[in-house]
Design a protein around this ligand. Structure first.
Ligand SMILES: [Fe+2]
Length: 348
């Protein structure tokens, strides 16, 4: 099926299609962008497929993408920190499998995902954070053994739960992340800076920025600006999505509230004192939108929301991956403009 035929057909297919009126109405402006991407984000039987076509993509790339697996188990090593992990130890203990709807657990679902990924033609596995619900050594060892066994290249950026003992050092999340990040080392490739790194897969650059402490640093913004300016296409990969103006969710830069957990008292949304973005987040958003106009930045892909979402701001697209604790995952296919739709032949 030719691309144009597929796009016109997709709207009538028996699946959820995330092409918005905003996308259609901005096609003329998009054609002026160097990336000039076209998108199709579908969900069928719990498996998402995000297709991105661009003339900058020379060879098809297939990413097996996940987020928010939320493994919650621990052993005796976690006992001293139990007061700070109790809420997340009890979260997502039993979930409905994305396809069978039968009860399963995040650990069983993650095992299945790594087996499916290993048997798929994916070039790499990408995990966009909250792989574990708190820095449990047991769950980190369990997951990293399965990742290694898959035999696939694995790229990860941390989520706000991966390193967080709730109520412990919540006042300075950047410092808490620094303290607990060493436990997450098995999820990273040797030698990378977990806060910012990039990798090129078959001519497409993935830029990972860790915004899991609800902010980005000037160094991370500078890194993004440098990395995105190259001859090829790029994807920005983070855990927390960007709260562009008008988007009222727990996103990076959400202007009015921040989540704070107190053991025994639960989770509360407290007002930020001045009700505004931090200045460097405003700068980051501006740089992302500029990169969409001036470089081969195709889109941002994030997790965190536990829901499927696709939104467009100016000429930039942000895609949110679904909750992965039930085994759900997303095939991201980066395709040359004239490429028909591959990878439909293997068992999902
Ligand atoms: Fe999450």
């Amino acid at each position: 099926m030719k691309r144009r035929e597929f796009l016109s057909h997709a709207g009538s297919a028996a699946m959820v299609t995330a092409l918005s009126p905003g996308l259609l109405s901005s096609c003329a402006a998009r054609e002026k962008s160097p990336a000039a991407p076209a998108f199709n984000y579908t969900s069928a039987y719990g498996v998402q497929t995000l297709r991105i076509w661009s003339p900058l993509v020379r060879e098809a790339v297939h990413l097996f993408a996940m987020a928010d697996s939320h493994l919650y188990e621990a052993d005796e090593r976690n006992a001293p920190y139990h007061p700070y992990s109790a809420r997340m130890e009890g979260a997502y203990n039993e979930v409905a499998h994305y396809r069978t709807h039968r009860p399963t657990t995040p650990a069983a679902a993650f095992r299945e995902c790594m087996e499916v990924a290993a048997a798929s033609p994916a070039d790499a596995i990408v995990h966009l954070g909250d792989l574990v619900s708190y820095p449990s050594e047991y769950s980190i060892e369990y997951a990293s053994a399965l990742i290694r066994k898959s035999g696939k290249p694995f790229y990860y950026v941390s989520g706000n739960h991966d390193w967080n003992y709730e109520g412990l050092d919540d006042d300075d999340k950047t410092a808490a992340r620094e303290q607990w990040m060493p436990r997450l080392k098995p999820f990273y490739n040797e030698g990378v800076n977990p806060l910012m790194y990039s990798v090129v897969i078959k001519g497409v650059k993935l830029i990972f920025i860790d915004d899991s402490a609800d902010t980005v640093s000037p160094e991370q913004i500078d890194f993004f600006c440098r990395e995105v300016r190259w001859d090829g296409p790029s994807l920005l990969m983070m855990h927390i999505g960007q709260a562009f103006p008008g988007h009222d969710s727990f996103y990076l830069g959400y202007p009015r509230f921040r989540p704070v957990y107190t053991p025994g008292r639960g989770l509360a949304m407290l007002s930020k004192a001045d009700g505004s973005h931090e200045p460097q987040i405003e700068r980051f958003f501006a740089e992302v939108l500029r990169a969409s106009r001036e470089t081969g930045l195709l889109a941002t892909v994030v997790g965190h929301e536990h829901d499927i979402r696709s939104e467009e701001v100016e000429n930039h697209r942000q895609f949110v991956l679904p909750f992965g604790g039930n085994g759900s995952y997303t095939d991201i296919l980066l395709l040359p403009l004239n490429e028909s739709v591959p990878y439909t032949g293997y068992e999902k």
